[in-house]
Design a protein around this ligand. Structure first.
Ligand code: CA
Length: 238
């Protein structure tokens, strides 16, 4: 037997060793990755019940939402909203009318004046004959109108009219855009409260241009008595 001086591993052996080492490292990396991924899934499993949840309704709701999420029927953001992890974004606040551009009549220049429609509601949600709302000079003239301006013209999707005495006489609502176009808005909803005042909304889609003003026409004779308006708000597009 002849002993050869050690010169290290033969080239093919070195190649094999390097390959094995690489494979081992890759396996370790895979395991580590799987482990971390497993931990990630455990910690962020969207279907996991939070500690302390006992309500069967909440569990059922969560299970349904989870199934929808897994089948890509809803987004993760929707899922988080459904299970109450996130709160829905706050709706934009209305921009209240800030100037009076014109009116048919007013009960007086101070009490029930046209300027009483400006700013946020200060009669609503109450109802009644209140000098802090606009009232026309006569209770039941054929037609009355008020036109108000908005200090910061924005594209808007809804006009909210706060009627605080004898609601229901509004005949026409139009908004005026920065280019001078007049857009007639359809009535979207009317929500009277127990006190008898109402928020009536007009418009359902965003206007193409910013809105500078709104004009409301009342068929005053349609609803007996003074038809008082407390406030007018424009809801900006999101
Ligand atoms: Ca009337």
């Amino acid at each position: 037997m002849t002993f050869l001086p050690s010169r290290g591993l033969a080239p093919h052996t070195r190649t094999l060793t390097v390959a094995l080492a690489s494979a081992a490292l890759a396996t370790l990396a895979t395991l580590a990755s799987a482990g971390l991924a497993g931990l990630f899934v455990l910690r962020h499993d969207p279907c996991a019940l939070p500690p302390g949840v006992e309500s069967t309704d909440a569990v059922a709701m969560r299970a349904m939402a989870c199934e929808d999420l897994e089948h890509h029927r809803i987004s993760l953001a929707d899922y988080r909203l459904l299970i109450g992890v996130d709160l829905p974004p706050a709706p934009p606040a209305p921009q209240w009318a800030s100037t009076v551009r014109g009116f048919s009549s007013e009960y007086s220049s101070t009490r029930w004046a046209a300027t009483q429609v400006l700013g946020a509601p200060d009669v609503y949600p109450a109802a009644g004959d209140d000098a802090r709302a606009w009232a026309s000079r006569d209770a039941d003239a054929t037609t009355e109108f008020i036109e108000v301006g908005f200090a910061q013209p924005q594209r808007m999707r809804e006009l909210r009219i706060y009627e605080t005495l004898n609601p229901g006489a509004i005949e026409d609502v139009e908004v005026i855009t920065t280019s001078g176009r007049h857009l007639h808005l359809g009535r979207a909803a009317a929500g009277a409260n127990a006190a008898g005042s109402a928020i009536t909304t007009y418009g359902t889609a965003c206007t193409n241009e910013p809105v500078v003003a709104a004009r409301i026409t009342l068929g005053s004779a349609k609803v007996a008595g003074w038809n008082e308006i407390d406030a007018i708000g424009a809801l900006p597009c999101r």
